[in-house]
Design a protein. Structure first.
Length: 126
């Protein structure tokens, strides 16, 4: 992974974040993402000024996480989730079976629901 910096996204990055989420086939409206960016609830993975990944939070709930298709498999999603965990102390995510290995690799405790899986991860206390 190159020099990826995780930081809070800015409202000026709405289009870039929407492109990342759309490429990940995630459902989010521009208004939802604008609100998250304004509130500081959208983290972006920045590679030399270019947004290559995004994670949207609602409290400790991971609303969505996605990485640019050309950058997948390089640890950017993992970096986003770890940074969000360090900031929030606890994360909860609902997801499909296809991304279960991703959340398992990050140490989430996973429960099976009717339609989706739910993962919970607490930051270890020191």
């Amino acid at each position: 992974m190159s020099d990826i910096v995780v930081r809070e996204g800015t409202p000026d990055e709405l289009v870039a974040v929407m492109r990342i989420l759309d490429a990940g086939l995630l459902e989010a409206t521009a208004e939802q993402i604008r609100e998250a960016l304004t509130a500081g609830d959208c983290l972006v993975a920045d590679d030399s000024g270019r947004v290559v990944g995004a994670l949207v939070l609602d409290g400790d709930y991971v609303d969505s996480v996605a990485v640019s298709p050309s950058r997948r498999g390089r640890g950017i999603g993992t970096t986003l989730v770890r940074d969000a965990l360090a900031r929030r102390g606890r994360l909860v995510a609902d997801f499909d079976e296809g991304v279960r290995p991703f959340y398992e690799s990050l140490g989430f405790d996973i429960d099976e629901g009717d339609d989706q899986l739910r993962g919970v991860r607490d930051e270890p206390s020191e």
